[in-house]
Design a protein around this ligand. Structure first.
Ligand code: F6R
Length: 239
């Protein structure tokens, strides 16, 4: 794993956006793997600024998101589809028909996961996957467990994740307790992965990931199996 420690959230976001921008410029029809959550918001703002300034063209870019709550409708303002539209897709010239998020409103969630895995496969390799990391070391919604799933699946959210995400909802009771998420294997198939972390709350998870061992109690440690991972974090998340 390559490690880049930044002075601030701003610098972390700039570095991440610069890596993504290089890929979009070099391969205008690339496939981006995207994450939601607070961490990549600054990166998405920078990418939108570059698009606005005419430096980046997303018209041929496709994207696949890591995960979505279940059950949730795409027009619910807490859904990850809504988040992606608001934070990125509505601000760049991407064709929304080429943007994919697992279907949190599907009647049959297992089928929705199998279908999503096929969608990801049908795009060829994801050129760059952006990840955040949970305080408990999760990536996507692959939570710490005795066994980890390789492919897209339905999962229950842990108490730690429900508590961490409660800040976005009116009350903790409104936080969905399930999600559809790419599996560890789905994530590892990406050509390149960048994982972003800021703030002291991520310090333990970052330390476990950087330890170099494979530990199911820190799903992000599975990224040690990949040959091109860049960890971009601020000082608070690293020290
Ligand atoms: C979101 C996702 C999650 C988040 C993680 C960190 O699509 O897959 O793994 O990246 O929960 O969330 P934030 O960035 O809000 O701290």
């Amino acid at each position: 794993m390559k490690l880049v420690v930044c002075k601030s959230y701003e610098e972390m976001s700039e570095k991440a956006a610069a890596i993504v921008a290089e890929i979009v410029k070099a391969k205008p029809d690339c496939v981006l793997g995207l994450a939601t959550g607070s961490t990549p918001v600054g990166t998405y703002s920078k990418l939108a600024e570059m698009c606005d300034a005419g430096e980046l063209d997303f018209s041929r870019v496709k994207s696949v998101n890591l995960d979505e709550y279940y059950p949730i409708s795409p027009d619910n303002d807490q859904s990850y589809r809504y988040f992606m539209n608001e934070k990125l897709f509505d601000k760049i010239n991407i064709d929304k028909a080429n943007t994919y998020v697992p279907d949190g409103s599907a009647a049959d969630p297992d089928k929705a996961c199998a279908d999503y895995e096929k969608i990801v496969d049908s795009m060829g390799q994801v050129d760059i996957q952006i990840l955040g990391i949970g305080q408990n070391g999760h990536i996507g919604f692959n939570e710490p467990a005795d066994k980890l799933y390789p492919l897209t699946h339905v999962t229950g959210l842990t108490e730690s994740t429900i508590n961490a995400n409660a800040r976005f909802f009116n009350s903790i009771d409104e936080v969905p307790t399930k999600a559809l998420t790419m599996g560890i294997g789905t994530i590892l198939r990406a050509k390149k992965i960048i994982i972003l972390a800021n703030g002291a709350a991520k310090r333990d998870a970052v330390r476990k990931m950087l330890d170099g061992m494979l530990d199911c109690s820190c799903p992000a440690s599975m990224l040690n199996l990949h040959s091109d991972v860049v960890v971009i974090c601020d000082e608070a998340a690293y020290n």
